[in-house]
Design a protein around this ligand. Structure first.
Ligand SMILES: Nc1ncnc2c1ncn2[C@@H]1O[C@H](COP(=O)(O)OP(=O)(O)O)[C@@H](O)[C@H]1O
Ligand SMILES: [Mg+2]
Length: 261
């Protein structure tokens, strides 16, 4: 069975999408069969892979809110060896429509579980809110949640709300829900503040913080505009190296051997 991780933090701009795309790309680089799932109506993960959401037959919305076959909407990029369930335009209305659905928090999980037999890794990229879409993402996180935290002022703000939401989901729906790890992102070596944030986050989350820290790198910010992950856009750059190290850390933590590549 493959592993399902959800990348969540209700704060916007902390590196959720960047981490989803680039971690996914490096897991694929190590030979894993990876599916990215875009549940953010802003569709940044979708566009980061060069997909125009206006030109797709459907995506997450159709897969979870209509009785359709989720496989019909999965797009595969053979060059990247990555698959994605894109965010279609209708996803924008999902937050409201989900309210009236039976089992509304578990829709995504029920759709993704059968796919875990076909993929080694499924990474779910959440929107910047704690609404029903993110709740679906948290419930679907069978193997845990990845929380990107930006090494900036007020980094910890809001994490309490996220953690208590995770605890609530654990209590009510998914007793085994765990935080798989905290990813420190956009670390700027030139500032003392960034170091202070690292210490503060480590003090709070202890060994849950990944050893790999993702530096601030302009290359990481540029890659999406070319529709490719950093592994293709700028291999060997500091940002690429960081996500490669993170992928290794996760693979080893999950009990995989690292293949020679
Ligand atoms: N390590 C990094 N260095 C520089 N820019 C980054 C880095 N990580 C993300 N960014 C940029 O910061 C912005 C927000 O990142 P994003 O991954 O979209 O956050 P989120 O999905 O949490 O809203 C994007 O423009 C992205 O390209
Ligand atoms: Mg995003």
């Amino acid at each position: 069975m493959g592993l399902i991780y959800t990348i969540a933090n209700q704060k916007g701009g902390v590196g959720k999408t960047t981490s989803t795309i680039n971690l996914g790309a490096f897991l694929a680089h190590y030979g894993k069969n990876v599916l990215l799932v875009d549940i953010d109506p802003q569709a940044n993960a979708t566009s980061s892979l060069g997909i125009d959401k206006k030109n797709i037959a459907g995506g997450t919305y159709e897969a979870i809110l209509e009785e359709n076959n989720i496989r019909d909407y999965i797009l595969h990029n053979p060059k990247l060896k990555l698959s994605i369930l894109p965010a279609s335009p209708d996803l924008a209305g999902a937050e409201i429509e989900l309210v009236n659905e039976v089992g509304r928090e578990t829709l995504l999980k029920r759709k993704l579980l059968p796919l875990a037999e076909e993929y080694d890794y499924i990474l779910v990229d959440c929107p910047p809110s704690l609404g029903l879409l993110t709740l679906n993402g948290l419930v679907a996180a069978v193997n845990g949640i990845l929380i990107p935290v930006q090494c900036e002022y007020l980094a910890m703000e809001g994490l309490g709300d996220l953690v208590s939401t995770i605890e609530r989901v654990r209590r009510v729906i998914s007793p085994d829900l765990i935080i798989r790890g905290v990813i420190l992102t956009m670390f700027d070596t030139r500032t003392n503040l960034a170091n202070d944030v690292v210490l503060e986050v480590k003090k709070h989350f202890e060994e849950q913080v990944f050893n790999t820290i993702v530096p601030r790198s302009i290359r990481l910010a540029e890659a999406p505009s070319y529709g490719i992950p950093i592994s293709l856009y700028s291999p060997g750059s500091i940002g690429a190296n960081a996500y490669q190290e993170l992928a290794k850390e996760i693979l080893l933590g999950d009990g995989h051997q690292l293949p020679e590549v």
